[in-house]
Design a protein around this ligand. Sequence first.
Ligand code: SAM
Ligand code: SF4
Ligand code: SF4
Length: 345
Amino acid sequence: MAQSETNSAIPPVQDQLNRPVRDLRVSVTDRCNLRCTYCMPKEVFDEHHAFLPKDKVLRFEEIIRVARATAALGVNKIRITGGEPLMRKELPHLIEMFLAIPGIDDVALTTNAILLPRHAKDLANAGLSRITVSLDSLDDETMGKINGMGIGATPVLEGIQAAVDAGLGPVKINAVLQRDVNDHEILDLANHFRGTGHILRFIEFMDVGTMNKWNMETVIPSVTIVDTINAVHPLRPASPNYTGEVANRYVYEDGEGEIGLISSVTQPFCGGCTRLRLSSEGKLYTCLFGTEGHDIRPMLRSGMTQDALQEYIDGVWRKRSDNYSEKRSTLDPSHRKVEMYHIGG
Ligand code: SAM
Ligand code: SF4
Ligand code: SF4
C-alpha cells in the first residue's frame, strides 16, 4: 500500500541492489541555447530538429505530482536540469512548488549559466539551495568550439558572478575534459578557481546517448587529472560530505579549497546510485544509460490518483537493478541509450 505523504520514520523504498531512492533529477526542457559537441552536436540538432511540442512537455503541476510521490518514497533532494533549464519560463515558481513538498529540503540547478545574469535574483528569492555551472574551458575559442555556438567563457563567468551577487555562491563548476580538445587546461581551470570558494569538479566524458562519438581514448581518467594538479598544488583526499556523494573530493594542502572528480567511467559508483530521473516529456529513467523510460505522462493525464502514481513509481524503483557503468566494458556497443539532453545528466 502506498503512503500518501512523506514520513521520515518510514524506511525508503529499496531497489534490487538495496539502494534507496534519494535524489530526483528533473529535466524541465529538451531545448538548449548551446550545442555542446558531447551532448547536442549541431550537425544533428540543426534547424530541422523537432524539439518536443509544448503539449508533450510535462506541466509544472504534473512534475510536482511526481516529485511529491517520490518524496513519499524517500527522495529529499531535487536537481533541476535540461536541456538548458533556464529556457523554461517561470522556473522560480517551480522551485517554490518543490520546496513546499513535505520532505524536500534541497533544490539545486545545473545550468550553462548564459541566462543567469537575467534570472539569478529570482532563483535566489524562490529559495534555490545550490547551483552548478558547466564550464569546460577558460579559453574563448576552445569554449566556443565545444559549445558549438562560438560563445566564449566570458558569459559563463559573468553568469557565475551573477549567482554570487544574488547570494547563490559559492557554486560548483562542472568541467568535462576530452583528449586533444581541452585536456591541456586542467591546471588553468584549477588555478582559476583555487582560493575562490567555488568547487571545480571534473566529470569524465561519458558514453551517454548515441551521438557524441565517444570512445575510451577520448576520456581523460580522473587519476591523470589528480596527478597533474597534485604535481603543482599538493592535494590530499577528503571524505565525502554525505553518503552517496558521487564526486571524490580532494583538498589543497595549502588550504586554498577543493576539487571533485566524478569518475563515472574509470571508477563507477553504481553501488551508491540513489538517483531517479524524470525527462521533460514525462519518462522516468532509473539509470543515465537507460534504454526505455517508464512513460508516466499518459498516467498523469488520465486521472490516475496520487496513491496509484506513488505505487507505480514504488514498483519501478523496487524492480531496478541498473549498474551500467560497472558493466560498460562487457556490453554490446550497440546498446541503445537515451540522449543526455532528454534527462539532463
Ligand atoms: N544545460 C545544462 C548544463 O549544461 O549545465 C544542464 C544539462 S547538461 C546535460 C548537465 C551536465 O551534463 C553538464 O554539466 C554537462 O557538461 C554534462 N554532460 C553532458 N553530456 C555529457 C557527457 N557525454 N559526458 C559527461 N558529462 C556530460
Ligand atoms: Fe546544452 Fe547543457 Fe547539453 Fe551543453 S551540456 S548542449 S549546455 S544541455
Ligand atoms: Fe547510476 Fe546508471 Fe550511472 Fe550506475 S550507470 S551510477 S546505475 S546512473
